[in-house]
Write a protein that binds this ligand. Structure first.
Ligand code: TXA
Ligand code: MG
Length: 351
């Protein structure tokens, strides 16, 4: 299949091109498009055969449910039933934006989209290109991250082209993702609201609106076994894994730098392709052929936005061993470290 790639200028979006993308979706085609979190692989979320094609294009197991993307708040009522009042309060505060809510599904939503579950994941993205495409499609768009299963989520159109070229009808290039980490997921279908995936919207953000909210045990996992008993079916799959082995080195700043330098020296002496993942502030202190800075510790947003591109870089450069600093911090640290720990298969070293 030939994949058409179209470029959209954010300052002056070509409405005709966005309409073309929406019309393709309406016909059952697969279109990857940018969102403020990561690029999504979109298809009509109400059609079973389209859901099946999404899973096939990603190489993803079909019991891992998809998120339905909407353009208007009223769409939520078409896709979900027994909607708690809290969903409206969260929508008012965080939609459009990087939040996904799990609700009880309405009958129109096929089990092929929800991975057989009676619940449905819904998100209204804030990205104007995404919203315009969803509107133009006239339907609701199931969109997992537009990567091949097991690879990091794409934060640039180039990442999508790398993974899905020849497998889908169209890729809409809208430049780099703003946030660079997937949406926060909150499950409102049970007694207590549960955070199934940490993201840009944090537990503290939720707590300003909800009296009680908890993390799913998988979010807090520091070992692989703990993440396997996860609530969300998709969580049992290994994610974001670069081909090389990442080890997160934790401890006092100067001890971490010394330890990583010693380890790098050992590996490079053996001829092993080795990299360091660090912050801009410490970059100059590493002696390694590949030192990748995620950005300044003063901007967690910058660090978050660059993480997935870094993981892809390690694959492209065929790096075998990667030592990473820990990025514990304030607001976004939970989401950043959640992705990084998974990418490392939870391998950490305390110094
Ligand atoms: O930021 C995002 O959410 C991006 C962009 C494209 O919107 N999408 C995304 O989709 O990250 P995906 O498919 O890569 O991740 C969706 C996650 C999966 O871990 C899945 O298990 C969970 O959402 N999920 C979907 N429906 C669910 C449900 N009914 N119950 C529990 N978890 C669900
Ligand atoms: Mg994904």
């Amino acid at each position: 299949m030939e994949t058409k790639v179209i470029k959209i200028n954010r300052n002056q979006p070509d409405k005709a091109l966005l309409k073309e993308a929406g019309q393709l979706l309406a016909k059952g085609a697969l279109v990857a498009f940018p969102t403020e979190t990561v690029y999504g692989l979109g298809g009509d979320g109400l059609k079973e055969d389209v859901a099946a094609r999404i899973y096939a294009a990603k190489g993803r197991p079909s019991d891992n449910p998809l998120i339905l993307h909407i353009a208007e708040l009223s769409d939520m009522e078409k896709l979900a039933v027994d909607i708690p009042e809290l969903a409206y309060r969260l929508a008012e505060q965080f939609w459009p934006g990087p939040l996904t809510m799990i609700l009880k599904k309405a009958e129109v939503v096929p089990y092929a989209t929800t991975g057989g579950l009676d619940t449905v994941a819904i998100r209204m993205p804030s990205d104007e290109i995404a919203r315009e495409i969803i509107r133009a499609s006239g339907t609701y768009i199931a969109a997992p991250s537009a990567n091949l299963s097991g690879r990091p989520s794409p934060t640039k159109a180039e990442h999508v082209i790398e993974d899905l070229s020849g497998r889908i009808e169209m890729i809409v290039d809208g430049g780099d993702s703003d946030i660079g980490l997937e949406s926060s997921i909150i499950d409102l279908s049970g007694e207590v609201p549960m955070i199934l995936r940490p993201g840009y919207i944090t537990k503290e953000d939720f707590e300003r609106i909800v009296a009680e909210v908890e993390y799913d045990s998988a979010v807090l996992a520091t070992k692989p076994q703990e993440s396997i008993v996860a609530k969300a079916p998709g969580m049992k799959y290994r994610h974001y894994a670069p081909k090389g082995q990442i080890t997160i080195v934790e401890g006092d700043n100067s001890a971490v730098i010394a330890k990583i330098n010693a380890l790098v020296e050992e590996q490079e002496a053996k001829g092993i392709r080795t990299a360091v993942l660090c912050a801009e502030e410490t970059k100059a202190q590493y002696r390694c052929n590949y030192v990748y800075s995620l950005g300044s510790l003063k901007s967690e947003k910058e660090i978050a936005a660059h993480l997935f591109a870094a993981l892809r870089f390690f694959d492209t450069e065929q790096l075998e061993v990667i030592y990473s600093e820990s990025f514990e911090g304030t607001k976004l640290a939970r989401a950043i470290m959640n992705r990084l720990r998974k990418a490392a298969g939870y391998q950490t070293l305390q110094v």
